[in-house]
Design a protein around this ligand. Sequence first.
Ligand code: HPA
Ligand code: ZN
Length: 339
Amino acid sequence: MDLRSHIRALPKAELHLHLEGAIDPELMMRLAVRNNVDIPFRSADEIRAACRFTRLQDFLDLYHQGMTVLRAEEDYFELTAAYLERVAADGAVHVEVFFDPQGHTARGIPFATAADGILAALADGRERLGITSLLIMNVWRDLSEDDGFAAFRHAEPYVADRRIAGLGLDSTEIDHPPAKFERLYAAAREAGLRLVAHAGEEGPASYVAEAVDRLAVDRIDHGNRALDDPALVRRLAERGMTLTVCPLSNLRLGVVPDLQRHPLKRMLDAGLKATVNSDDPAYFGGYLLDNFVAVTEALELEWADLVTLARNSIEGSFLDDSARTAHLERIDRVVAADG
Ligand code: HPA
Ligand code: ZN
């Protein structure tokens, strides 16, 4: 079996995926026309040509513009359904997806329009594709904590019955340390949400430590820069903290100079529970399986590493114990059959 098919056959979860980052150029063009939204591109190729970034902010500018094509509940449904089809074909059995409610409510789109469209597609994906899923709302760290609280209030009915399972933190990292959101995270924890935060993508190792110590996160999104602090690495390893690492995103945003120097293997060797994810696949040139294949080739990962990555993704998920065990047993069966 070739490498790609081999990795595809390994059951795995995607834990770091921004739905607004999964609007493929063709879908963006189609929705722009359907909703009469002005975007500065005349073709999908022009959008692809614009996907040249030197740092996080370059990408965020395009990402913010791209999400304006989403207006109706069916747009959110279509986007989510297309992503699920794609990631299921990559061998994902579970996904935990982010959305950015402030990117929609600020344009006058009700929170419920976005959330209901996404949730309907996730339910459809469970039925049609057998893929389990959870929804996490992210708040933009370059906005105020009060703005984050307003988003959290919009989410209240969805939090109450766990249609929204978690809270995360994304957007411009530098100058917006996790501690800025300490009160919001305390409230979310009180409400029973699971907690994640982007940290150590462009920001320093101290932001990773702050997310752990001040926000009490259950997972770190990215976490690359944690490697600058060996004492922190030991602490993360001892706690079994999951890192949702995004190789092609890191390459495209200049977080790593090339994939050969990507820290994923060093993370695994240091005992960190790293996982592989696509982040914003429509913008970074690859979905989940593309990320696995690219980093496997660049770092010469072995089958044992790939099995560890797949296991980490299930173990680091927010599934309940019985669902988690069922997915882990699927991995065991594939590994056993593989010899
Ligand atoms: N980092 C920060 N914010 C984001 C990202 C990211 O990789 N993707 C979407 N929003
Ligand atoms: Zn991200």
